[in-house]
Design a protein around this ligand. Structure first.
Ligand SMILES: [Zn+2]
Length: 182
């Protein structure tokens, strides 16, 4: 669903008001934090992204991805990473992208197969870090197809769905070449 910017701002203001009134509970859309010079923007109400440990989980997934793709935090310094509600993110040339790298990284917290995902490991963040390090928009590098070690490193973690704690199921195929994504 597309909302005009003014409606989005109004909704955010209402959510902020609710947060202030209730003290807690309402998702804090647009919240930001920084990891090693990377600005992380949380523009999603997915339950896992509201957790206190979310920044640490994001940091860990990025660190494991960087090690796999042969990059370092310095290669990402000054970039912006946005987690969005989805289902899709804006991406030039792709109508239905789950993720995008065009200088900034955007990943949806939604997947066509499962709906809203339950953990950061389930997003296409691993894939987009690959683009941030390699470029390789046409996925020629053999490593796009050899992601099992990353899946193993991220396996067995806890997820957070609408009903609370659940499992975090990683689908390595999602990281290979998300549908319709450059
Ligand atoms: Zn790609």
């Amino acid at each position: 669903m597309h909302l005009p910017a003014s409606t989005g701002r109004a909704r955010r203001a209402i959510l902020l008001g609710l947060t202030l009134a209730a003290g807690c509970g309402a998702p804090d859309l647009g919240r930001e934090f920084t990891l090693h010079g990377v600005r992380i923007r949380v523009d999603t109400d997915a339950p896992f992204a509201q957790r206190e440990e979310f920044p640490a989980r994001v940091e860990d997934v990025i660190a494991i991805s960087l090690a796999y793709w042969g990059g370092a935090w310095d290669d990402l310094r000054g970039r912006e990473l946005t987690f969005s509600t989805g289902p899709y993110v804006a991406c030039a040339g792709a109508a239905r992208a789950s993720g995008c790298f065009d200088g900034a990284i955007r990943v949806a917290t939604w997947d066509p197969g499962v709906g809203t995902v339950d953990c950061v490991e389930q997003t296409v963040l691993v894939h987009e870090i690959g683009h941030a390090i390699l470029g390789d928009a046409t996925h020629r590098d053999a490593r796009w197809m050899e992601l099992e070690p990353v899946a193993d490193a991220l396996a067995g973690r806890v997820g957070f769905g609408p009903d609370g704690v659940t499992s975090c199921t990683v689908h390595v195929a999602l990281w290979r070449h998300p549908l319709d994504e450059p």
